[in-house]
Design a protein around this ligand. Structure first.
Ligand code: CUA
Length: 333
């Protein structure tokens, strides 16, 4: 058998490596290499320390191995090299050296953890609740509650209060901060200052059940004036469109929807996402679907058919009723 019939060969390897590297990008949506907050920069700095330390150690180990291989390789008729046992200096040095390496990693890591979990005066507090399988963002000082898409002002410290009612989740927006766990029964904090307006993708980073992989979030970092406008719009009563949207409101109000969802002035459910301004969001179902008529109608009819394990049960609504509710929700800008 030659290389061709075995299906191997350098060209095949090269192709594989090229395809693999093709998936890499410096500035991908969830990169941690392009930090956009003080916290993300601090994490990247710790990574750099660890990477350089690892490279230094790798160099020492590889050089030592090569020297040892060459110097002590087996030679015809040569006697065994001197055998070393119970060498106190060697034993101590390979105990102390790894301990020093761990210290070099631990000190800056712990510093960053403590620095980013304190309370900062003047910080904007946002309560982040991880739930199966979506995120709630509440701004207690501003009277705003939203889901899956947070807005933060650029240049101002934010203090996230992480809490959750069901299982452990983990908040992770690589360009801004995290991972930090959201643990039921305790409050974790995450403090950072986003510095560049933009849209940042995040993802639950702790396995939390069936749709863990479908628990994304978006953080929009706005210029301060744009953030003020967003807050004002979220606080204002939603403007209701006439026509099918009005019919949809009536159907929503008499359906099981009201048991789980809040729409200010219409319902007060606390199980599912607050929908008061759901029409202003770009996605639904924790980033799983675009917030548009077709997907929203399908979601209202049978959510678990679209997203595994989704807690909203099929409500037995007709296509026409679901469509009218979708019109209504999309009108809630
Ligand atoms: Cu929530 Cu994984």
């Amino acid at each position: 058998m030659d290389a061709r019939t075995r299906g191997g060969g350098p060209s095949r390897w090269l192709l594989g490596v090229t395809a693999l590297l093709g998936g890499c990008a410096w500035n991908a949506p969830q990169t941690s290499l392009v930090p956009r907050s003080d916290f993300a920069r601090a994490i990247l700095h710790v990574y750099a320390i660890i990477t350089w330390a690892a490279l230094g150690i790798a160099t020492v180990v590889v050089v030592a191995l090569v020297v040892i291989f060459v110097r002590f390789r087996s030679r015809e008729g040569a006697p065994l090299p001197r055998q070393v046992r119970g060498h106190t200096l060697l034993e101590m040095s390979w105990t102390i050296a790894p301990a020093l390496v761990l210290l070099v990693i631990a000190v800056p890591t712990i510093q960053v953890i403590f620095r980013t979990q304190g309370q900062v005066s003047g910080a904007l507090e946002v309560v982040v609740r991880g739930r199966q399988w979506w995120w709630e963002f509440a701004y207690p000082s501003l009277g705003v509650v939203t889901a899956n898409e947070a807005h933060l002002p650029a240049g101002r410290a934010v203090s996230l209060r992480l809490e959750g009612p069901d299982v452990i989740h983990s908040f992770w927006v690589p360009q801004l901060g995290g991972k930090r766990d959201v643990v039921p029964g305790r409050v974790n904090r995450l403090t950072f200052t986003p510095d560049t307006p933009g849209e940042y993708l995040g993802q639950c980073a702790e396995f939390c059940g069936t749709s863990h992989a479908n628990m994304a979030m978006r953080v929009f970092v706005d210029a301060p004036e744009a953030f003020e406008r967003w807050i004002a719009a979220q606080r204002a009563p939603a403007v209701e469109a006439p026509g099918p949207a009005a019919a949809g409101k009536a159907i929503f109000a008499r359906s099981a929807c009201v048991g789980c969802h809040t729409i200010q002035g219409v319902s007060a459910g606390l199980v599912g996402p607050d929908l008061t301004h759901v029409g202003s969001r770009t996605t639904i179902a924790a980033g799983f679907l675009p917030n548009a008529k077709g997907p929203l109608t399908a979601w209202i009819r049978d959510a678990p058919a679209l997203k595994p394990g989704a807690k909203m049960p099929p409500l037995g609504l007709s296509e026409a009723d679901a469509s009218a509710i979708a019109d209504y929700l999309l009108s809630l800008k």
